[in-house]
Every structure is written in C-alpha cells, then in structure tokens.
Design a protein around this ligand. Structure first.
Ligand SMILES: Cc1ncc(COP(=O)(O)O)c(C=O)c1O
Length: 379
C-alpha cells in the first residue's frame, strides 16, 4: 500500500469541520483556532461569502491557462490595489509563498542584472530553491540549494547593513525581509531598519522585497506590516491569508519595474477558482473593516498578555503575536490544546505564536486569556 511521505510530526487530531474561528474533530470535539492553520485563515473557516464565491465560480469555469483573458485576475488586481493602497503597483499571481519569493528574487535579479540577495538572521522565506537558500536554517537547505548569491546579515542591525552596502552595494540585486518574522519567532523589524533598507536600495539601485507571506494581508493591523514604517517596498510577496486556505500567492510590483513577455510564468497561478477565493477574502476584509479589527483585537490581547506574570517578552503587531514561555511552563502549548482545546502556534525553542483569523471576537480572545491564566496559575 502506498503511504504518505512522513515529513510532518502530527497531532493525533482529525479536523472534519470548521466555522469562523472554531473547528471540530471527527469525535465532535470543538476547538478554538488561534493558529489559523499557520496564519492562513484570514476571514474565518467556511466564511459564507467565501463559500458562495468559490461555488458560483466553480459552476462557471474553474481553470483555463494564462493564454487567454481572465477578467477575474484584473478584478483581483484592482481590488488588491484598493484595499492595500498600492494602486499603481502591478500584480503577478502564483500559488504559494515560496513561489512568490522565488519570483520576487528572480525579478529583482532580472531588473538589476545583479546576483546578490541580502537576507537576515532567523529569516524564513520558503522551501524551494532560492527561497530556501535565503532561509536562515541550514537543516532545510539541501546541498543543491547552497549558493554564495545569498548573504545573511544580522536582523535589525542598520550599521551592519550600511557597511555591507558600502562595500558591495553595486552587486546587490535585492534585500528580502519579513516585516515581522514569523517562523523565526515573531521578531518585529524596527521602522528605522526598514527605512534604512529603503534608502540604501534607492541609493544603490537594489530592489526592496517585502516578504509579506505571513505578516501581510492585514495581519499586522495594516495591510502590509512594512506600512507601519511608512515605506513602500518595490515588491511585496503574498500568500497564506490571500486565499483563506485556497492555494494562491502573488507579488505586487512597483511601477518602476517593467514587465517583459516570458520573464515570469506559471500554469496554475491566477486560475479562475483561486481568484474567486482571493476576491472573497478582499471583499470580506473591506466590508467588515478587518484591518482595524485586527489592530484593536490584537492590542487588547497583547495588553492582557502583558499582565500575565509568567509570560515574557510579549510582542508583535495586530493579530501576529508572540511571547516567550519560561521552562517551568514549557508544556503550555500542549496543555492549551489537550486541556482547553485551543490551537496555537509555536516557534523554537519556547515561543508561542498567535495567528488567528482577522475577525476573531473578543469573547474568543477572553477564552484564550483565561486558559493561559489557568495554566500559569494566574486565574
Ligand atoms: C514569511 C514566509 N515566507 C514564505 C513562506 C513560504 O510559504 P509557502 O509555505 O506557502 O511556500 C512562509 C511559510 O511559512 C513564511 O512564513
């Protein structure tokens, strides 16, 4: 019998149903979802508008290749510009976060005709060739992915970055950075650091790539977390929350980078069904004012978490929140799941990550806070 290639350590739970910020297992147990399937669920499980949009599209046509006009791609680009405020950017659609980053770095290299990509300590950009090479985790980089074209510098260190640009500026194709590192443990890039990246890229003609796969699409309370620093990147990469679970990724490209036929391409990217999912997400975000909701709910959760003495270094923006758990409470994440039926995320070695749907309610926030307090002896 053919079985699955065993690469994931699994929780022994089978989820069969979801609604809003709740999911149910095959035994009928209800769980509160503060993980969002790894920051993917942006507008809630089985959101009615989302289900309807995909269903209606499926009855018309699900897929045709990028060799014909696909009007819903253009609608998605226009809606994305409207909701994100990047109205003069152009959209290229693909299928995942890694693929978005591959395309962004490739485009930066084509555009500048240079080879060096600057990435940062603790970065995660995906598992494909250049994306994984720009990921700061030697364990997941295969020998074939190793390259001298990627240079790692310390995160949030403006002096080191400025120094590197001084010596190698004319070789740098692009700088890739998460506005808030996700897999790396919820590390927020300082506004000053992002502003220095912007000005160095301008000075030396390099491309500023904002990996917004996890921290983008409203998660931080602004559409892109880089918006908190009031800078515009040259390329924003997106996936996760973009399709609320339907595989879709994309890159938003500044007007200063011209397109050329054949420069990028994909079979599945931008198919009708994926675009219907993407439209539904943006329509709900817009209709329900989810950026503001994410900011307010996130601030509430962070303020309350900071009052719990056992938790250290509560940090993040909007609904991308992390905190350190002392050794004494190292089973907190496990206990939240097994005793309180709450899914949360983690980062090594002792960080809990909260990545709920952007429309999670205050009641759900209070359920999580009560469970953490109960587990840390502070109820
Ligand atoms: C910041 C960031 N970039 C890229 C990726 C890769 O996305 P995907 O798994 O869709 O390829 C991830 C996934 O966790 C991510 O967090």
């Amino acid at each position: 019998m053919t079985t699955l290639f065993d690469v994931y350590p699994l929780n022994d739970i089978t989820i069969v149903k979801g609604e809003g910020s709740y999911v149910w297992d095959d035994k009928g147990q209800k769980y509160l979802d503060f993980y969002g399937g790894h920051a993917v669920i942006s507008i809630g499980h089985t959101n009615p508008h989302y289900v309807l949009r995909i269903e209606e599209q499926l009855h018309k046509i699900g897929f045709y290749s990028n060799s014909i006009v696909i009007p819903i791609q253009r609608e998605l680009a226009a809606k994305l510009g409207e909701v994100s405020g990047k109205t003069d950017y152009h959209l290229f659609l693909c299928n995942s976060g890694a693929e978005a980053n591959e395309n962004a770095m490739k485009l930066a290299s084509f555009h500048t005709n240079r080879k060096i990509i600057v990435a940062f300590s603790k970065a995660f950009h995906g598992r494909t060739s250049l994306a994984v090479a720009a990921t700061d985790n030697a364990a997941i980089v295969a020998p074939v992915n190793q390259t001298d074209n990627v240079v790692f510098l310390p995160f949030n260190d403006t002096a080191a970055l400025t120094e590197y640009f001084k010596t190698h500026g004319k070789e740098i194709a692009g700088v890739i950075i998460e506005g808030i590192q996700g897999v790396g443990g919820i590390n927020v890039a300082t506004p000053e650091f992002l502003q220095v990246i912007r000005s160095l890229c301008d000075e030396y003609g390099a491309v500023y790539i904002a990996d917004s796969v996890q921290c983008g699409y409203g998660r931080s309370g602004k559409f892109f977390s880089h918006d908190h620093a009031e800078v515009n990147a040259d390329i924003y990469t997106m996936a996760k929350g973009m399709g609320n679970g339907f595989p879709i990724g994309g890159i938003l490209i500044a007007p200063s980078i011209p397109a050329k036929y054949g420069m990028l391409g994909t079979t599945f990217g931008g198919n009708h069904l994926a675009c219907a999912a993407g439209m539904a997400v943006l329509e709900v975000m817009d209709r329900d004012n989810l950026l503001q909701h994410a900011e307010e709910t996130g601030n509430y959760i962070m303020d309350e978490l900071k009052k719990i003495p056992a938790l250290q270094n509560v940090r993040g923006r909007g609904l991308m929140i992390g905190f350190d758990v002392p050794e004494q409470y190292k089973d907190l994440k496990k206990n939240l799941l097994s005793k309180h039926y709450i899914f949360t995320g983690e980062a090594k070695p002792n960080v809990i990550r909260l990545l709920p749907a952007l429309n999670i309610g205050k009641h759900e926030a209070d359920l999580l806070l009560a469970a953490i307090k109960a587990e840390t002896g502070n109820s």
